[in-house]
Design a binder for this molecule. Structure first.
Ligand code: PLP
Length: 429
């Protein structure tokens, strides 16, 4: 698989290089040179397969020239160890539940597949994963890499801006997992990571790698669950499918669009955000004007400078799709709360991220269409806010219950690159 740098199309790399490097020159994102497509018969055949077999065929369509299909199959089997069920919410709407993995959010798919792929291509070289998280990436990456030889993981997150249980999930592991609470917001954490990647000396010294959704391996993994959703839907729904994606960094939406570009029948997408509405405003008035990030109930989407957006635009350009066909909207915290009540009344307990996607889907779905929204996290992962909003008690799933009482092991830094650099250089082997 060849990929090019969106900021300099002359820089081309293999998949192995892209996964190790994360970003290209000038912090450019890598994008596939070839966009494979399945025929409609091939799609029908794929939809008959089980998750692991189907996913390994989809991924081999991209990776086949670099990694043997049997190896891809074994790696996918090791990564995708949990299901992605579609749950019925109403006559014309269902939820794709992506939160049945070890850290209860969709990021387990990408994080675990990336860990497998990095192990596949790194030949035992030392790697330091440095990543910024608005909550869920950190947990997924920490758990996916925990205990792997030759890999150290350093995770930055905005202090006090992720849920206490989210924090417990990945800041209590220790071992090869280092966590740092930064006294600022997610965008500041992301900026520190970018600064580190610009520092050639540091990069070489510690074998720097990012496990952020900028890493192409994560996006490729996420394509697979859009196929899994369609495989579970009745045939009639497959023809009129609208998918609503709760978005922060826009990795999930990029993966959905890549699934469509492979030939998966999805009529249109809705890009759903919270008050951090850079993209909805851009789609309505053509101006890219990020505001300062604001804290919301759906904290994993508190991103005002979404990293993956250039990939979305590139895909529309390459496929000759018109950007105005992309649905969009931003949902306030008040409307999010009301929507969680609405879902509860339908018998479906949800959390703020999924509720935002549902809200816009419900409002924008046309007669005859079938709607699917992504359930990106388990409601119990946001226990404090969900319980307060819905006035009910949630049971903690096993993965959370185990960690809830452990001590936090995080460091606490100002948003200061010099301090971070010193820490990274001094990490034990
Ligand atoms: C990360 C995350 C999102 C946003 O996904 P992006 O790919 O960054 O757009 C939405 N919901 C939850 C629960 C998340 O963890």
């Amino acid at each position: 698989m060849k990929l090019y740098n969106l900021k300099d199309h002359n820089e081309q790399v293999s998949f192995s290089q892209a996964i190790k490097q994360g970003l290209g020159r000038q912090q450019g994102l890598f994008f596939p040179l070839e966009l494979p497509e399945f025929s409609s018969t091939e799609i029908d055949d794929l939809l008959e397969l089980d998750l692991v077999t189907r996913s390994s065929r989809i991924l081999s369509a991209y990776l086949g020239d670099e990694i043997a299909p049997e190896t891809v199959y074994q790696r996918v089997k090791a990564a995708f160890t949990f299901p992605a069920p579609v749950a019925t919410v109403s006559d014309d709407i269902a939820s794709l539940e992506l939160f049945h993995g070890p850290t209860l959010a969709f990021k387990d798919f990408g994080g675990r597949f990336m860990a497998q792929m990095l192990a596949q291509v790194s030949n035992g070289e030392k790697v330091t994963i440095l990543t910024a998280t608005s909550g869920d990436t950190g947990a997924a990456v920490a758990h996916a890499f925990y205990g792997l030889e030759n890999v150290r993981v350093v995770i930055l997150y905005p202090r006090g801006k992720i849920s206490p249980l989210q924090e417990k999930l990945f800041c209590t592991l220790g071992g090869n997992i280092y966590t740092i609470a930064i006294d600022s917001d997610f965008d500041a954490c992301q900026a520190l990571v970018k600064q580190a990647f610009d520092d050639e000396e540091l990069k070489q010294a510690i074998g720097l790698n990012s496990a952020n959704s900028i890493n192409i391996s994560r996006l490729l993994a996420q394509i697979c669950y859009y196929f899994e959703a369609v495989a579970q839907l009745p045939a009639a729904a497959r023809q009129q499918l609208v998918v609503s994606v709760p978005s922060g960094n826009f990795g999930d939406l990029t993966a959905g669009l890549l699934a469509k570009s492979l030939g998966l029948p999805i009529k249109r997408f809705i890009a759903a955000t919270n008050a951090n509405d850079t993209v909805p405003r851009y789609l309505s008035n053509g101006e890219w004007a990020p505001n300062p990030t604001v804290a919301t109930l759906s904290n994993a989407m508190d991103v005002s400078q979404p990293n993956n957006w250039p990939r979305v635009e590139e895909l529309f350009r390459r496929k000759n799709w018109a950007l105005p066909t992309l649905g969009f909207g931003a949902v306030s915290d008040d409307v999010t709360k009301a929507t969680m009540h609405e879902l509860e009344a339908l018998g479906y307990t949800s959390e703020p991220h999924a509720a935002i996607a549902y809200r816009l889907l419900r409002d924008q779905l046309q007669p005859g269409e079938f709607g699917l929204f992504l359930g990106t996290a388990h409601p119990a992962k946001f226990k404090e806010s969900v319980e307060a909003i819905l006035d009910k008690t949630l049971d903690l799933p096993e993965a959370l219950a185990q960690r809830a009482d452990l001590e936090l092991l995080s460091h606490n830094f100002a948003p200061d690159f010099a301090q971070l650099r010193q820490f990274l250089m001094a990490l034990p082997e």
